[in-house]
Design a protein around this ligand. Structure first.
Ligand code: NAD
Length: 273
């Protein structure tokens, strides 16, 4: 039996967004999902995958979240079609490896508009509906990054966007709690997606990254999706304004860890006297 919830997942044609859509579809909590992308064929492929492998319905809605009119239309078309919106996942994101001094104003705007402004506009529009629907309320999950916490050289606009998502989420959570709207963050560490192509192709880069991860491996998109699925469910009914990091321990200051892999007692210099 399928559930009755309606969810919109931005940037869900591939990577973490696609994994979230498939995980929602398999959960039997949703009657339909909105798959959003700037490329309609890619979104249609995920719709087809959901329809053929689960009991959930899905539709593709084209839209570039860096454009206000597209965000407004994405939410409007969802409401026109399904009459409500229960879950919004602001997942679409881009990044660029570029030193500060070479970062143009256009680079800054490109990244901020997808990673920070898009979630703001989509949330604003979804909340207008969540506040008036019956039953009232809903849930917003923002896909941030460990770089809302850890600074990342060469990624000033990206890290700034993700830091902004942190305060935006907390502020919205406080403003909307009385409307039964929960707003939370899932902050992934290094996950194997196209955004991290170099981790697949560059052995040195992969080893360097793994050294920063206490669990000693790159994460899978579905490991992020499972946490999003939990936060969107009634099991998380008392959680709002929180960040759930999904990072294999990357934010635990791994350089402070034990010097060997087997958990034996750390030897301080004075111990050897
Ligand atoms: P990805 O590149 O595999 O997928 C990004 C998705 O966003 C794609 O579907 C793409 O089409 C879509 N997208 C990009 N710009 C868009 C726009 N303007 N409008 C609509 N859709 C757009 O990346 P991913 O790894 O799946 O990343 C998803 C989210 O997770 C991003 O917000 C990213 O910052 C975050 N994240 C990823 C990692 C990681 O290691 N992969 C780590 C931390 C955070």
């Amino acid at each position: 039996m399928t559930g009755s919830k309606i969810a919109v997942i931005t940037g869900s044609s591939k990577g973490i967004g696609r994994a979230i859509a498939i995980t929602f579809a398999k959960s039997d909590e949703y009657s339909s999902l909105v798959i959003n992308s700037r490329k309609i064929e890619e979104a249609e492929a995920v719709v087809e995958e959901i329809k053929t492998s689960t009991n959930c319905d899905a539709v593709a809605i084209l839209g570039d979240v860096s454009k206000e009119e597209d965000c407004i239309r994405l939410i409007k078309e969802t409401v026109n079609k399904f009459g409500r919106i229960d879950v919004l996942v602001n997942n679409a994101g881009i990044q660029k490896d570029i030193p500060l001094t070479e970062t143009t104003l256009q680079d800054w705007y490109n990244i901020i508009s997808v990673d920070l402004t898009g979630p703001f506009i989509c949330s604003r529009e979804a909340v207008k509906q969540m506040q008036i629907q019956d039953p009232k309320g809903g849930c917003i999950i923002n896909i941030s990054s460990v770089h809302q916490i850890i600074p990342k050289p060469h990624y000033v606009p990206y890290a700034t966007s993700k830091g902004g998502i942190d305060m935006m989420t907390k502020t919205m959570a406080l403003e909307l709690a009385a409307d039964n709207i929960r707003v939370n963050i899932v902050a992934p560490g290094a996950i194997d997606t196209d955004m991290n192509l170099s981790l697949r192709t560059d052995e040195w880069e992969r080893e360097k990254t793994i050294k920063k991860i206490p669990m000693g491996r790159i994460g899978k998109d579905v490991e992020v999706a499972n946490v999003v699925d939990f936060l969107a469910s009634a099991k998380a009914s008392y959680i709002t304004g929180s960040t759930f990091v999904v990072d294999g321990g990357m934010t635990l200051y791994p350089s402070f860890g034990l010097d060997n892999d087997h958990g034996s007692k750390h030897v301080f210099p004075q111990d050897s006297n």
